[in-house]
Design a binder for this molecule. Structure first.
Ligand code: ADP
Length: 749
């Protein structure tokens, strides 16, 4: 009896229905060995299927004992049965149990791989098996497209691929014609060379020539047990189920997706959609965490609160050198550098009535000369442009499109289209912090540029203002403007004949014009002066500024050129890059700040509320997408349950099944992120404003966060998909670990 693989002692099986208890087997004594090809026959309802199912571990029995390899099985719970089936039984039924979407080849190879074979070995064995069942020529056909006979032969090939010592075929020829039936029977007979083959049939005749034994059942009892011929000495069974290779999960993942192209496309599209949604909602959420935009800009500190401006100073206050400029221009997203950093906070207006309005007041003094004067008061509009001098641009970019660079104070370059070369523009300049009065300048367009916007003044003017502002900052004194004029144009004593004076101090011609009134009769003087500055209106001759030092070019140079500023202004391509540029500049060893941020001090409640709403909407939408992903994914993956069940019958362990789901979801997530990311990018390129903004604002590190969140949502969904699948396919999988049954076979879980 030791070599008996299955022994049944007085095995009874009852079916408990709603009304009555029906006897399936009424006390069966049988024993079987490998090498036998047993035909179980009998009338319909005699218990053939019941016996086959009990031996196959598909049905439990109520009393008696069934021994497998000498070990009793009556204490088996459903888990024990599952392992028994998985490791020891191949079951062939009328409905084939093949993967309909997969090819013939894959159906067989997967069974071999699941038994733990390597790829090459499996390919060889599959070829052998397919030739054996005469399906080699059809190996590339999908299983669903086979005829019934071919399907049944395929299911036999699959059953043979599994190295189980017991093969049970329950009416395998039920759907087949005589020719196909004969083929199936002979295949089963061959299978009996190394295993026990049980054939349930109501057509004994078809098996008569090959079966080694016939058992006849009637009313659940064995009525005859007829040996027909001696079974051959069984060949050793090909190695038992081996540990499944890790890569097998990837193979199963491919098998599951590959056999469902439409499903796979749907799932991929779904992942692309969720990736897109996560990217968009989370992206907008992240950029809205910066609440600067909800504050109103207060120009008191920095009149130029341009969003794209970054102020940079040296740590120790030492002046910047050309090397500093070069290093700063190399920082990513920096588009220009204004070497006269302070000048960026001096604003100007050039359209009377739009940028500024001038009001005049007549003063009649009571003195006996009957002296009267007209004062002008200028009020400026808000949001004036700030002074820009010709900036330094990164290598490879040129500032000038036409004409020449502004060289003197009276020359400017403008953006192409704003004015023509040779045009004259009247400008009023004012620094709201230090200059109490605006300074008029009449300037001429000498160059055109495609860079930026507004008017670009000469570097000299920038230097002059920088000097002036610095002096007033450092000494808290009145600002002094250093203008140069050629010596010969300054005529001492004749220039400002009434209350002004000019005198020479060393090489400096100093003209203090704070009290100057020009003689209206001296047209010539006025014209000379207008070259330098515009003087209000022709009726008004008050100089609206405080101190002016007129100096020669050489002196001007000496006073300003040798003291370049320790502070510059950078222009960046978008406010979005502020943090990144500041960080990069700080890393280079400078102080850096965004004046726009520093000056945005007063919160606007409506904007703040709007921002909160945007944050809430994004967060809600994000949670909804994640929840949707989890819920829908479970439903989407439920189509795999049947094939998982089929695969589990031929040995797919739940660990490999789990890993295969994980693989699928990971790969779909990756694919979805690529497609979804591409869609986001396309939206950004095609003017979807929020997305465009988001793409600029998100540094690469944050893009990783977006991917991470989408991946986390996918993994969460994967956990639930896996749980659902296990519940269906491996109902008690979690408890395997506690069991210790069989012959110490490696625990698959
Ligand atoms: P066979 O395969 O020889 O036709 P079965 O094993 O299917 O016989 O049936 C044996 C007996 O058990 C019959 O009386 C049948 O009615 C009964 N039986 C089989 N399956 C069930 C079931 N699921 N529920 C109740 N009775 C069943």
């Amino acid at each position: 009896m030791a070599d008996k693989i299955l022994v049944l002692k007085d095995v009874k099986k009852y079916y408990t229905g709603t009304q009555a208890v029906v006897m399936g087997l009424g006390g069966v004594d049988l024993s079987f060995a490998r090498g036998e090809f047993v035909a179980i026959t009998g009338e319909s309802g005699s218990g053939k299927s019941t016996l086959a199912h009990v031996m196959g571990g598909i049905l439990p029995y109520e009393s008696g004992e069934m021994y497998f390899n000498g070990a009793p099985t009556s204490h088996f719970d459903s888990l024990d049965y599952e392992r028994y089936r998985r490791d020891n039984v191949s079951f062939i039924s009328q409905n084939y149990g093949i993967l309909p979407g997969a090819t013939v080849w894959k159906n067989v190879v997967s069974a071999l791989l699941l038994s733990g074979m390597g790829r090459q070995e499996a390919a060889q064995a599959a070829q052998k098996l397919l030739r054996q069942v005469e399906l080699w020529d059809l190996r590339r056909r999908r299983a669903a497209k086979l005829s019934s006979g071919q399907k049944q032969r395929l299911s036999i090939a699959r059953a043979l691929a599994k190295p189980a010592p017991i093969l049970i075929a329950d009416e395998p020829t039920g759907n087949l014609d005589a020719e196909n039936s004969a083929k199936v029977i002979s295949l089963l007979a061959e299978a009996a060379r190394d295993r026990l083959v049980i054939l349930v049939t109501h057509e004994f005749a078809e098996a008569e020539a090959l079966a080694t034994r016939r058992i006849i059942l009637s009313d659940g009892l064995v009525v005859q047990d007829i040996p027909l011929r001696d079974p051959e000495e069984p060949a050793p069974l090909r190695g038992a189920q081996r540990k499944q290779k890790r890569a097998l999960s990837l193979y199963v993942a491919g098998l599951q997706t590959g056999s469902r192209p439409i499903w796979a496309t749907t799932v991929a599209a779904f992942f692309a959609l969720t990736a897109f949604a996560v990217f968009a909602f989370l992206g907008v959420f992240i950029i809205n965490l910066d609440d600067t935009s909800t504050y109103q800009y207060d120009a008191k500190t920095f009149p130029n609160g341009s969003k794209e401006r970054i102020i940079v100073s040296t740590l120790d206050g030492s002046p910047m050198t050309q090397e500093d400029y070069d290093a700063l221009l190399k920082v990513k997203h920096v588009t220009a550098l204004e070497p006269n950093g302070y000048v960026s906070d001096v604003f100007y207006g050039y359209r009377e009535g739009i940028d500024y309005v001038t009001k005049y007041e007549l003063h009649i003094s009571g003195d006996f000369f009957g002296f009267h004067s007209v004062s002008s008061f200028v009020s400026f509009a808000n949001n004036l442009p700030c002074l820009q001098t010709v900036p330094l641009l990164p290598k490879g970019r040129t500032f000038l499109a036409e004409g020449k660079l502004p060289e003197s104070f009276y020359e400017v370059a403008v953006r192409r289209g704003v004015a023509e070369i040779g045009d004259t523009i009247d400008v009023l300049i004012k620094d709201s912090r230090y200059l109490s009065d605006p300074i008029p300048l009449q300037v001429q367009v000498v160059g055109l540029t495609d860079y930026g916007s507004g008017i670009y003044f000469s570097r000299d003017l920038g230097r002059m203002f920088t000097q002036m502002i610095k002096v007033s900052q450092d000494h808290n004194s009145n600002p002094r403007l250093f203008f140069y004029l050629p010596h010969e144009e300054v005529e001492e004593g004749t220039f400002f004949p009434s209350t002004s004076y000019a005198h020479t101090l060393g090489d400096l011609n100093i003209i203090d014009v704070s009290f100057a009134v020009i003689d209206p009769g001296r047209e010539q003087t006025e014209i000379t002066l207008r070259k330098m500055m515009r003087i209000g209106d022709k009726d008004s001759h008050d100089y609206p500024f405080s101190k002016l030092i007129l100096t020669s070019y050489q002196d001007f140079d000496a006073l300003t050129w040798n003291s370049p500023s320790e502070q510059v202004s950078l222009t960046i391509s978008d406010y979005a890059y502020t943090d990144r540029v500041i960080a990069a500049v700080q890393k280079l060893g400078y102080i850096a700040a965004s004046p726009y941020r520093l000056g945005s001090t007063k919160q606007v409640p409506e904007l703040a509320k709007e921002r909160m709403q945007t944050l809430q909407i994004c967060l809600t939408a994000l949670i909804a997408v994640v929840a949707l992903q989890i819920l829908l994914l479970r439903a989407l993956f439920s189509v795999q349950t049947d094939s998982f069940r089929i695969l589990s019958n031929i040995g797919l362990t739940s660990r490999t099944a789990r890993a295969s789901v994980l693989w699928q979801i990971l790969l779909f997530t990756l694919l979805g992120q690529v497609v979804g990311g591409l869609a986001v990018w396309l939206c950004g390129c095609n003017g979807v404003e929020r997305i465009e903004q988001m793409l600029r604002y998100l540094p690469p590190a944050n893009i990783l966060i977006l991917s991470g969140v989408h991946l986390a949502a996918s993994l969460l969904a994967a956990v639930l998909v896996i749980r659902g699948m296990e519940k269906q396919v491996y109902p008690l999988a979690g408890k395997y670990r506690d069991l210790n049954m069989g012959e110490g076979k490696e625990d698959a879980l």
